[in-house]
Write a protein that binds this ligand. Structure first.
Ligand code: SF4
Length: 325
C-alpha cells in the first residue's frame, strides 16, 4: 500500500497560542506530521518544546481562553478536527482517538476506585450493562499484565504502585478500542524494570491490535526501542523527522545530535551525563531566525537572521537547518 493512502492522522502547520497578560505564548508554532496506520510515531524533545500541547490540540483539549488553535489542520478520516464542534469532538475523543495522560497519579481520580473509573469511561461511549462493562474492565487489566485484577479493580489510585497506576490508565484508554492512541511520557515516572514492561505493553498493542500510536517522550533510548518514525520538536516546530534508524544513526539537525549525545554511554567511566548547553527558549520570546541558534555549536551568521526552511534529505527524512541548505 502506498504510504500516503495509509495515513490515519495528518497534522498541517498546527499553531496553538496562549494569549496571556505577559504576551502571546507560541507553544506550538508550525507542527506538521502524519501518522500511518499501525505505526508508532514518536514526538521527541525536551520539556516545554510543544509536544504535549500538540497532543492536547489534536484532541480539542486546549483551555480557551487563554489558549486557541490559531492556524493549521488536524485531519482525521474526512474531518478537520480543528473545525469540529465540541459535540463531535466528544464523540471522537476516547472512542476513536484516546490519550494516556502524563503522570498517572494526577490523571486518575483519587476518590474513585480504578474499576469504577474504567467502567465509567466505557459507559460514556458504549451502551453497556454494568456487568458487561465490569467484565471488560477485568479483561483489559489482565491484558495489561495486572496480577490480582479483582484487588486492583477495587483499589483507589493511592493504594497502587506507579507501574500499576500506569497500567490502569492504559487499560482505561483502551475501553473503546480506539484507532489511535496518544501516550504522553508514559515511562517517565517509573523505574527501569517497569519502564521495560510498559514498553512491552505498547509493542503488544501495536502488534496485536494494529493500533496507531503517537508516543511522546524526551528520551531517545525509548524512541530507539519503540518507534518506527520520529518527529523532533523544538521551539514549537518540528525540526527533523525521519525513520527512527536514520534519526539515531544519521541525525542531520544539531539539536537531534545533541539529544543523542545525552544518552548514557555504559562504556564511559564517568558517571556524569552529557547535556545540551543552555535552556529551551521561552515560547513567549522565541529567538529570531533558527530558535536553536543560542545553543547550537554549529551556529553561523545566517542562523540568527533567517529561519531555515524545511528541506527533504530523502523521501522520508526532512530537516530544518541552514547546514543542510
Ligand atoms: Fe544550528 Fe544554524 Fe542549524 Fe540552527 S540553522 S541548528 S543554529 S546550524
Amino acid at each position: 500500500m502506498n504510504a500516503m493512502s495509509n495515513v490515519i492522522l495528518k497534522i498541517t502547520n498546527l499553531k496553538t497560542h496562549f494569549f496571556t497578560r505577559r504576551g502571546v505564548v507560541k507553544a506550538v508554532d508550525g507542527v506538521d506530521f502524519e501518522l500511518r496506520r499501525g505505526e508508532c510515531l514518536c514526538l521527541v524533545g525536551e520539556s516545554g518544546c510543544g509536544k504535549t500541547v500538540t497532543a492536547l490540540s489534536i484532541l480539542g483539549l486546549i483551555d480557551s481562553p487563554p489558549g486557541r488553535i490559531v492556524d493549521g489542520e488536524v485531519r482525521y478520516d474526512n474531518l478537520d478536527l480543528v473545525k469540529c464542534s465540541a459535540r463531535q469532538l466528544r464523540q471522537i475523543r476516547g472512542k476513536e482517538i484516546a490519550m494516556v495522560f502524563q503522570e498517572a497519579q494526577s490523571a486518575l481520580n483519587p476518590v474513585l476506585t480504578v474499576g469504577d473509573q474504567i467502567i465509567e469511561q466505557m459507559k460514556i461511549h458504549l451502551p453497556m450493562e454494568h456487568r458487561e462493562a465490569r467484565n471488560r474492565a477485568l479483561s483489559l487489566l489482565e491484558e495489561m499484565g495486572v496480577p490480582s485484577v479483582e484487588r486492583v479493580m477495587s483499589s483507589y489510585p493511592h493504594q497502587l504502585s506507579g507501574g500499576m497506576k500506569q497500567r490502569a490508565l492504559i487499560a482505561m484508554s483502551l475501553t473503546c478500542d480506539p484507532q489511535i492512541l496518544i501516550a504522553d511520557e508514559p515511562t517517565t515516572a517509573v523505574d527501569v524494570t517497569i519502564k521495560a514492561q510498559i514498553l512491552d505493553i505498547f509493542r503488544d498493542l501495536k502488534a496485536k491490535r494494529q493500533m496507531s500510536l503517537v508516543f511522546i517522550t524526551h528520551d531517545l533510548a525509548v524512541v530507539a526501542e519503540i518507534g518506527d518514525r520520529a518527529v523532533v520538536i523544538y521551539g514549537g516546530k518540528n525540526i527533523e523527522s525521519a525513520p527512527v534508524s536514520e534519526i539515531i544513526g544519521s541525525p542531520k539537525h544539531p539539536y537531534t545530535a545533541g539529544l543523542i549525545g545525552c544518552l548514557p554511554d555504559i562504556s564511559q567511566t564517568t558517571d556524569r551525563l552529557a547535556s545540551i548547553p543552555g535552556n529551551t527558549p521561552s515560547p513567549i520570546d522565541l529567538p529570531q531566525g533558527c530558535s536553536f541558534h543560542p545553543r547550537c555549536s554549529k551556529v553561523m551568521e545566517v542562523c540568527s537572521q533567517r529561519e531555515p526552511a524545511q528541506i527533504a534529505i530523502s523521501q522520508e527524512h526532512q530537516v530544518s537547518c541552514h547546514l543542510n541548505q
